[in-house]
Design a protein around this ligand. Structure first.
Ligand SMILES: Cc1cc2nc3c(=O)[nH]c(=O)nc-3n(C[C@H](O)[C@H](O)[C@H](O)COP(=O)(O)O)c2cc1C
Length: 114
């Protein structure tokens, strides 16, 4: 993650990574070209399998402007493992996924605690 944060700082990308043993949910925000390039790098990294882009949209304000990549140990994850494996993330409105990240942002402490 040190390398990821270094790349993100270089590219003006901020965001959050919510991790649970069955799932990583990551939000990347920044200039669209750089976000696309980071998404491509992450997609071709063979440490990951089953990558899906769930939400892609233009925004005016960042949620994680102080965070090169906030690490959240799934405190905010609101779906069960069964729901996830049954594909709930592909069925629910995108606003619910965005809302989960909004609660991560709201609960984030000061940047130095990351
Ligand atoms: C869980 C996880 C999250 C990652 N997040 C990022 C990220 O936010 N930004 C980034 O540049 N690379 C991230 N990476 C690393 C990329 O997958 C990739 O290894 C790195 O960008 C270098 O890519 P390259 O070897 O194709 O240049 C992440 C890797 C893992 C395992």
């Amino acid at each position: 993650m040190i390398d990821a944060r270094r790349c993100n700082t270089r590219d003006g990308i901020t965001g959050a990574l919510v991790c649970r043993h069955d799932l990583y949910l990551q939000l990347l925000e920044g200039p669209s070209e750089q976000v696309s390039a980071a998404y491509m790098r992450i997609s071709r990294d063979d440490r990951h399998a089953g990558i899906n882009k769930l939400v892609s949209r233009q925004v005016t304000n960042r949620m994680f402007e102080d965070w090169a990549m906030l690490h959240d140990p799934a405190k905010s994850l609101i779906w069960t493992q069964d729901e996830i494996s049954e594909g709930i993330l592909g069925r629910i409105p995108q606003t619910e996924i965005v809302g989960m990240f909004e609660s991560v942002a709201k609960n984030a402490g000061p940047e130095h605690s990351r």
